[in-house]
Design a protein around this ligand. Sequence first.
Ligand code: FAD
Length: 462
Amino acid sequence: MPTPQIVWLRRDLRLADQPAFAAAAAAGPVIPVYVLDDAGAGSRQLGGASRWWLHHSLAALEVQLQKQGMRLILRRGKAAEELVRLADETGAGAIHAIRHYEPWWKNAEEELSGQLELCLQDGNYLLPPGSVRTGAGKLYRIYTPFARAAMQMLPQRDPIEAPPLTSPQNWPQSDRLTDWHLLPSKPDWAAGFAAEWTAGEDAAHAQLDAFVQHVASYDDQRNLPAIDGTSRLSPHLHWGEISPTQVWKALEGRDGTGVQTYRSELLWRDFAQNVICQFRDYDHESYRDRFKQFPWRQIEQDSAAAADLRAWQEGRTGYPIVDAGMRQLWQIGWMHNRVRMITASFLIKHLLIDWTIGERWFWDTLVDADFGNNSVNWQWVAGTGVDTSLFTRIMAPLSQSDKFDAGEYIRQWVPELADLPDEQIHDPDGKCRPSAYPDRRIPHREARERALAAYRTMREKA
Ligand code: FAD
């Protein structure tokens, strides 16, 4: 009997187009394992919404494996230590895994490679992070030239089929998924998630199939939060239930601006990895040094700032589009991209609260919370990043709302405003404001002037 091969799963919870499974299956019987490594992740332990998704995704993968007489082994502890222990117990010849670029996963890979045969594959991105380079051989820091160069290199390969898997003679011991308590219980704040999402590889493909039917209108509709105009594949892509190569392939044979724009958006995902490969601390350090001098309001010392933060988190800022977005996030663990930009800008510029605090809130509440995508986008909105919008370009929530929502999005998520007519829904100030809806935390003009003054202070200091 050939020696068993371990497949170490992380954010790659699928069987098809999963090169680690393919390589392991070609070498012998396969032991798929997921290690819940809270200690290794340090301050980046999975947030609550991510845990909810992970539970359902692992359950779905286990069902798929069981159909082939296979199991999914679950272990909890430091990833490298658990894998070494598992290899000892099973006599496994090698560990197969898809490369990950989050700092804690890179640490775990380094720790393992000194001890066991670790076979790493690319597979979670359209192009291997680090492979798109400038003429001078450097990594890109600006999205547009990165995307132009990447487009020339795509598609690089076709998706690979799910391999037939052989089970080992003896299965090692496994934790029970329910014993990990990944789902919230008291209170069960995720009730709305289940109505919105189905995790797992089959569900990811069903979502892709449905989206491909209306990809032609993506370019026109992707900025309208009331419409299902985007693919909603982000949690499936983040958890690796589907690969971007499979998504790219599904669009082949379809032309038009919808497909082109969609492909460019997918490339932002690759770009974000390319950024975190260069800057490991991108989630908590502004790339632009001078922002270290920025006079953010301090929530530990300033109770008004702390109250503003809570109002933002709970969707009670008095700005309907901001509140709609924050409540959508809380209720279904996801927010439309346009509204992510508006709410992030509001926290940073209207409330003058450090972008890293918002990034943390999203990390805890998004089902697609992603180290690369989240930090790159927060720094982009803040104006602190490598490729970035200007800090002084302050999004006006009322005109954004008026431009991108006919009122339906606000009515869906802010029911106190549902009866207001279209002309008042974006700006329910004065007499038309229902008593159940909060006052504005700060008037727009005052917030704008305060933000610009803070920016000037930073420039004087820097
Ligand atoms: P679609 O429009 O259908 O796009 C398809 C896919 O392309 C997405 O699923 C995603 O994988 C990728 N993509 C699209 N836009 C971006 C982008 N700007 N940056 C990186 N990848 C992108 N996305 C995450 O996946 N995880 C995050 O933690 C995250 N945090 C964000 C924080 C802020 C402040 C902002 C402004 C954006 C953030 N995004 C994040 C990017 C984007 O909002 C989501 O990827 C998108 O809304 C997901 O919906 P969709 O799948 O329908 O997107």
